[in-house]
Design a protein. Sequence first.
Length: 158
Amino acid sequence: MSNGNGTSGLSTRLADPVFRRRLAIRAALVALVAGIGAFSMVVGRGHTVVLDDMRPKDGSYEPVRMLSAKLGRGKAVELSSGVRELVTVTGQSPKLVVDWMDGSEPVSVELSIPFKQDFVIVYLPKLKAGIEPWVEPFFPYASAKPAEEAAPAATEAP
């Protein structure tokens, strides 16, 4: 498409400094909004952390009798042995501070939670004993059986 003198309309508009400046500002604003969206998605992602103070089935470590744990900016949670507590945090690397309430030195560690992971479990007795890994992915719905497996098998009538 030409404008009568042999040049196209787009090349004429691109030659205009006002059009180029407006185009550059619009492109910068689109990039800024996309960057803010990506930043908000990473920083504002919520995770559920399961604080576990239960005795394992194999008996490889003992639960802590009483402790106080604070995760991120949340309130401190007091746990006794045999208890699990759910704590919701925002961000990929919340700080965990654990006071063992038995005279031991308090522990302060930074968790690293994968972006796509909704639930993680922190085994507090393993943390105290220095047993790795003390943080693992947690799948709360993995043990549920599908409806057809849970239903009893039909018996044939004689």
